[in-house]
Write a protein of this length. Structure first.
Length: 194
């Protein structure tokens, strides 16, 4: 068994001992909101948004992008579980700004080995196990995190399955300070309409 697996299982054993009344939490989030954010391990939505278990839905993907699947989750969050406000949170120093679609397509075509970044670009060895499929996937990269927040808020707001009365907020989390800074253009674009 790997050390990582052992650590996770040990942590879970400790967690179960203190589980207490959490079995009584309801499926709908108590605070009736959802957060769409990046999978980056430096972001802890429970801490930066003051959440406890059962408070809110947290949807994560690479870049915190408003992909079809993220919108699917947000619509389920509203339609079946009652959320009324959605937060789109991107962050500084995001890895999604370090490559573009052609770069990722090339890396995937070269093989399965992890790539490494030399401070300028990504590299990986050709191991003979690559796939051209990576050239056909929209990786949802961006060069400006604040602009990407605005794009995502607009995409969600304009989606035909999203009700006009859902408030959609756009923020940039600063990895250097922990600040959750509102993006004014995204806030305006996501304003709820009656």
């Amino acid at each position: 068994m790997s050390k990582t697996r052992q650590a996770v299982e040990a942590a879970n054993a400790r967690y179960r001992k203190q589980f207490g009344e959490k079995s009584r939490l309801t499926m709908p989030p108590v605070r009736r909101f959802a957060i769409l954010t990046c999978m980056d391990a430096r972001l802890d939505p429970a801490k930066f948004a003051g959440l406890s278990e059962g408070d809110a839905h947290v949807i994560r993907n690479a870049g915190g992008r408003a992909s079809d699947d993220a919108i699917r989750s947000l619509v389920i969050s509203y339609k079946l579980l009652g959320t009324r406000e959605w937060f789109v949170v991107h962050h500084t120093d995001c890895g999604m700004a370090t490559f573009d679609n052609p770069t990722m397509g090339e890396l995937v075509s070269r093989g399965h080995q992890p790539a490494h970044h030399d401070g300028v670009t990504w590299h990986c060895e050709d191991d003979g196990h690559g796939s051209e499929e990576g050239r056909f996937i929209p990786w949802l990269t961006f060069s400006d995190a604040a602009e990407a927040v605005l794009e995502d808020v607009k995409r969600i707001r304009q989606h035909p399955m999203v009700p006009a009365d859902i408030a959609i907020y756009g923020y940039l989390y600063h990895c250097e300070s922990g600040e959750l800074a509102p993006i004014p253009t995204a806030m305006a674009a996501g304003r709820a309409r009656a």
